[in-house]
Design a protein around this ligand. Structure first.
Ligand code: SAH
Length: 433
């Protein structure tokens, strides 16, 4: 059975983003490739302020030298940002008092302002709604578990991929985030942890998942630079293990190939959601450009090059993509490959005609994959309940306000079952390991 169409067609991207349409993509899809109008700093769109996280260490040294400072001050400033997680120039006591403010103004401008914080799971899950310098809104989520902390980050304000079951996909792309705007989401989480603001005592970020707003591979250059900043050791970056980082994509085939060649052994997650082109053309419209077989070929090449097991994301949608024959088809496609499947019970967006699968259908789907020897995990619905509870809490705290943009109360999808209960249920195959 082919999936039903959403009650309303995906909203086209705003005019500013439509200009970023890439050749080869269906109308309305905005790839925001390098050089496109989706980039920060494109003509007509002011650039986010330059930040040291946008720059490699040599460029930071050059920038510091331009201010008349000794180049090693760039290393000191970088350690303040990435290691000490300082955000007040007054704390940067290894820098001369006379130049602290000037250096911070030049290389550590404020990029994100927290508009709203939502906590659940006794404070160990925290969503932050951020406002950017130009008034766009993005979200990040910190999730703490025993021995591990995952940050779920946004790579774009909005998204141009128009997946009909995804809240972000309905509103279109506003713009790409800069490298530093991506990195700053992780640094902000690291800072809150280091300062003991998250229950469980001082801690560190061990995992990062690109599963917030946006399509990371449509903002390729900024995302790859962010991956470098996140994984390079101090003073260049934050020093998080690449094995703890997951990039989730709708399946932009050329960009998957490029990513494989970057020498960054991050985990790739592919949002497949259907094993057949008929259903996937509807659920993930970019499939009209790159078909299931091409996406999976790119995934297997990625696994070959990096040695990393690919995560196949599959949102189970009642009577749309959850039939036993689709499980069998998917199992056949994945069997023998370095992959595991993450089944995500659909988290219906407001007004959606679609809902999560019945438990029996879900069990049958799991069994259908296991029959092919394909490793599969189901994300626990407890996370979804918490997600809903969080959103409800915010909604009841005053309703829509100017601080309530379309995405404000929506949790980034994909983090939804990354809860302690889900983690226990999922065992060693969890998404971000
Ligand atoms: N653009 C990237 C990141 C998106 S968010 C991508 O598509 O992979 C991470 C995951 O959450 C994706 O697999 C996405 O399809 C899924 N998702 C989005 N909305 C959802 C919803 N309402 N219910 C369940 N999963 C959803």
């Amino acid at each position: 059975m082919s999936p039903r169409r959403p009650s309303s067609p995906p909203t086209a991207a705003p005019a500013s983003a439509r200009a970023a349409d890439a050749p080869g993509l269906p109308p309305g899809l905005t790839a925001g490739r390098n050089g496109s109008a989706g980039r920060p700093g494109s003509p007509g769109r002011p650039k986010p302020p330059r930040h040291l996280a946008d720059l490699g260490l040599p460029e930071r040294r050059a920038a510091v030298a331009e201010l008349g400072e000794r180049p090693f001050r760039a290393d000191q400033l970088s350690r303040q940002y990435f290691t000490r997680l300082a955000d007040d120039p007054g704390e940067m006591t290894d820098l001369p008092q006379s130049s602290r403010q000037e250096l911070a103004d030049a290389l550590l401008p404020r990029l994100l302002t927290a508009e709203r914080e939502l906590a659940c799971d006794d404070g160990t899950t925290r969503k932050t709604l951020w406002r950017t310098f130009d008034g766009a809104y993005i979200e990040s989520v910190l999730m703490r578990y025993p021995g591990r902390v995952t940050m779920c980050v946004s790579s774009q304000a909005g998204c141009g991929m128009a997946c009909p079951f995804c809240a972000t996909g309905q509103a279109g792309l506003t713009r790409n985030l800069s490298t530093a705007e991506i990195v700053e989401q992780v640094v902000a989480g690291a800072r809150a942890l280091a300062r003991g603001q998250v229950p469980g005592g001082p801690g560190r970020v061990s995992n990062v998942v690109f599963m917030g707003m946006g399509e990371p591979l449509a903002n390729y250059r900024s995302v790859v630079q962010a991956l470098r900043r996140l994984t390079e050791p101090a003073p260049a970056g934050l020093g998080i293990s690449a094995r703890g980082v997951t990039v989730s994509t709708v399946g932009l085939v050329p960009a998957i190939g490029r990513l494989a060649a970057e020498g960054l052994p991050v985990t790739l997650a592919v949002s497949l959601h259907a094993p057949d082109d008929e259903a996937r053309d509807e659920l993930v419209p970019v499939n009209r450009r790159w078909k299931v077989a091409e996406v999976l070929d790119a995934a297997w090449r990625y696994a070959d090059v990096t040695g990393r097991r690919v995560s196949i994301e599959y949102a189970l949608i009642r009577d749309v993509n959850d039939q036993a024959w689709r499980a069998d088809l998917l199992g056949g496609l994945l069997a023998g490959h370095l992959a595991h499947v993450n089944l995500i019970p659909l988290n219906p967006t407001p007004g959606s005609r679609w809902t999560a699968s019945r438990p029996a259908a879900q069990d049958e789907f799991v069994a259908g994959l296991e029959a092919h020897g394909v490793p599969v995990t189901v994300r626990d619905t407890r996370g979804r309940e918490i997600d809903g509870a969080c959103g409800q809490l915010a909604a009841s705290s005053g309703g829509p306000t100017p601080l309530d943009p379309p995405h404000a109360l929506r949790a980034p999808r994909g983090y939804i079952a990354d809860t302690p209960a889900a983690r226990r249920a999922q065992g060693p195959d969890s998404l971000d390991r």
